[in-house]
Design a protein around this ligand. Structure first.
Ligand SMILES: Nc1nc2c(c(=O)[nH]1)N[C@H]1C(S)=C(S)[C@@H](COP(=O)(O)OP(=O)(O)OC[C@H]3O[C@@H](n4cnc5c(=O)[nH]c(N)nc54)[C@H](O)[C@@H]3O)O[C@H]1N2
Ligand SMILES: Nc1nc2c(c(=O)[nH]1)N[C@H]1C(S)=C(S)[C@@H](COP(=O)(O)OP(=O)(O)OC[C@H]3O[C@@H](n4cnc5c(=O)[nH]c(N)nc54)[C@H](O)[C@@H]3O)O[C@H]1N2
Ligand code: SF4
Ligand SMILES: [Mo]
Length: 577
């Protein structure tokens, strides 16, 4: 029997899945195009937690829920923290926010992922709308800027066929190797590059003046700001040549251009400004509101969808959470002991908590520390519905099989709501609430209603409908001889889920042999890893994939200047044998 569902993972593509006699297959229709990725192809090989545990002892689910209830009864509501990550991207995951907010617990804000870039986009455009895949498909030139599509959004690749490809990335990624132009920029050089691209476009009279007069009338002031970037010194510093900028401008002139950005450009304190400078270049080219043109990033997956849950609560940031202030910390769909920045701080802070509860699928650093472990049901064994941060489809995630292990987020929340006398609607009502935001297309697929086919065709969502340019920038370049830390996504893991990486990747010119163990250190901490060579890297970079255990010993728990985001690549590192 065939049943239809969707991949639950935190991934641009949000694929449609056919569950056929126990096998996970790709839907042939729509954006999934008949293929999945290694995570879903091997999903059922990864062992999940089956039995609840308390202080290391296996217990029944009834006992686990009873213990949880007891912990909550014994804690002041405000001393309970609900910390939820994106292990599963279903909209029903937030049903637990409803319980915890109604109970009076503290929830989180802040962002470990795309918040800095999003803040820059909202400052410029007034909102963060997806560039639909249909529009990317219609473009003639694609600029892939700080995104690694072969690893993180492989369903875009068929759309790039026969187009001119430009890649801006410090790493010679797979797409960079087949690109028409690869600018192997120094990490964190993107703000300056985008400013210089706009400046040269203006000098060459390549801007879309009619469009600028109508939708971005402060374009002359922005041009003045671009003139504050020194040309030669900056280009030398960021590792870009005038010839490369010339070639890029020649490629994009009078063409339909899609700029496809990823999180790589914004893991820095000024990540918002970087994204806003890239948007400004797109505005100079007149790319918004035009067919086959635009800027893709991680769009707002909940655009036009309102939450049916009560979520008003005191909140603390996910980036630098002081767990030690709480008596009970309930962690759902997240592995903060690996994925939050500044792991040594997180360890110390979590160790001071009386009750750490982990509600998840897999064993990891956080389950190891937890006092109470409650296994979740996987997406195959519960009902949900999801949207994407890269396209506008809405995908029901049907329960396609039964499992005796674990509990769904809805059932756990229903248990707690009943125990504390908090109103909760039926699961079906919530699912229908979300589904009502979908509109069915001719082929039966569901899309979020009311999203613009060509975003910003009616102008920007700022107060005056115009694009709001950056009005000041700070230079971030300092040459201290230390190495840049790249913390990209691995093809084998999804952050800390599945097959996790364990190496540090270095250019072979550093004179460290493969398999040798080195100590990597930053102002925040250090870790030891074995070396693997990768000559696709710049010599001034080290690469440690997200999900590598210990990586975040090196990173800072400071926030980005805008967007309350983590800044995983702000710290530079040193290597010692
Ligand atoms: N296989 C796999 N897929 C995933 C994930 C995963 O862990 N594994 N994670 C998912 C999640 S949570 C997210 S947020 C997305 C993110 O997916 P992507 O947006 O693709 O993010 P990254 O892999 O972090 O970085 C992308 C690229 O940015 C480059 N980069 C790093 N620093 C800079 C810089 O300063 N400037 C420029 N121009 N480029 C830079 C890196 O070399 C890398 O090639 O992927 C999702 N998909
Ligand atoms: N240095 C560095 N650190 C990073 C990043 C980086 O690029 N560099 N990337 C950051 C980014 S972009 C992100 S998004 C974060 C991700 O950080 P996290 O949100 O912590 O993501 P994961 O490591 O994937 O852990 C997700 C957990 O969810 C659980 N889970 C999976 N499915 C379900 C479910 O259905 N129900 C429940 N209850 N649990 C489930 C799994 O057990 C898994 O352990 O990491 C951030 N950390
Ligand atoms: S590409 Fe992304 S959405 Fe598709 S199966 Fe893989 S992880 Fe899931
Ligand atoms: Mo992310």
């Amino acid at each position: 029997m065939k049943a239809f569902t969707a991949c639950p993972l935190d991934c641009y593509d949000a694929c449609s899945i056919v569950y056929n006699e126990g096998a996970l297959q790709a839907s042939k229709d729509g954006h999934t195009q008949g293929f999945l990725c290694p995570h879903m192809n091997h999903f059922e090989k990864f062992e999940t937690i089956q039995k609840p545990r308390y202080k290391g002892e296996e217990i029944s689910l009834e006992k686990a829920l009873d213990l949880l209830k007891g912990m909550l009864r014994a804690s002041e509501p405000s001393s309970v923290l609900h910390y939820r990550g994106h292990g599963n991207f279903g909209l029903m995951q937030a049903v637990s926010d409803h319980f915890f907010a109604s109970f009076g617990a503290t929830l989180t804000d802040g962002n470990l992922c795309d918040g800095a870039g999003e803040a820059g986009i909202i400052q410029g455009r007034g909102s963060n709308k997806n560039m639909p895949l249909f529009e990317i498909a219609k473009s003639e030139v694609v600029i892939i800027w700080g995104r690694n599509p072969h690893t993180t959004s492989s369903h875009l690749l068929p759309l790039f066929k026969d187009k001119k490809i430009i890649v801006i990335d410090p790493l010679k990624t797979k797409i960079a190797k087949i690109a028409d132009l690869h600018i192997q920029i120094k990490p964190h050089g993107d703000l300056e590059l985008a400013m210089l691209m706009s400046r040269f476009l203006h000098i060459e009279n390549g801007t879309d003046e009619a469009y600028l007069k109508e939708c971005a009338s402060e374009y002359e002031e922005f041009y003045e700001l671009t003139q504050s970037v020194r040309i030669k010194a900056t280009l030398d510093d960021i590792g870009v040549t005038l010839g490369q900028i010339g070639k890029l401008l020649e490629f994009v002139r009078e063409k339909k251009v899609a700029i496809v950005c990823g999180v790589g450009i914004q893991k820095y304190a000024d990540g918002a400004d970087v994204m806003r400078a890239i948007d400004a270049f797109a505005v100079y080219l007149g790319l918004f509101g035009k067919e086959g043109c635009g800027v893709a990033y991680l769009g707002n997956s909940k655009e036009n969808i309102s939450s049916p849950f009560f979520t008003k609560a005191a909140r603390v940031s996910k980036v630098n959470t002081d767990f030690s202030k709480f008596a009970t910390v309930f962690i759902q769909g997240a592995n903060p002991l690996s994925q939050m920045p500044d792991t040594l701080r997180v360890q110390e802070s979590l160790n001071a908590v009386k009750n750490v509860v982990y509600f998840g699928l897999y064993e990891n650093e956080t389950s190891e520390r937890a006092d109470l472990i409650i296994p979740a049901k996987s997406f195959l064994h519960k009902e949900d519905i999801r949207t994407s941060y890269s396209h506008n489809a809405m995908l029901p995630m049907r329960k396609v099989a039964a499992s005796v292990h674990g509990i769904s987020e809805y059932d756990l929340s229903a248990y707690l709501c009943a125990a504390f006398d908090i109103a909760l609607k039926s699961e079906e009502e919530y699912l229908n609430h979300f589904k009502a935001y979908g509109i069915e297309k001719m082929d039966g697929s569901l899309y979020v209603e009311g999203r613009e086919e060509i975003p910003y065709a009616e102008g920007f969502d700022t107060d005056d409908g115009e694009f709001c340019f950056l009005d000041a920038i700070e230079s971030n370049q300092e040459n201290d001889g230390k190495l840049f830390l790249l913390t990209s996504k691995s093809p084998r893991s999804l952050n800390s889920q599945f097959k996790r990486e364990k190496y540090v990747y270095l250019h072979s010119s550093h004179g460290v042999a493969e398999d040798e163990s080195v100590c990597i250190s930053s102002v925040n901490g250090e870790l030891r890893l074995q070396v693997r060579h990768n000559d696709d890297l710049r010599e001034d970079c080290v690469l440690i994939y997200s999900g590598t255990s210990g990586l975040n010993n090196l990173t800072s728990s400071k926030h980005s200047l805008e967007g309350k985001n983590a800044i995983y690549q702000e710290n530079k590192v040193e290597i010692k044998k």
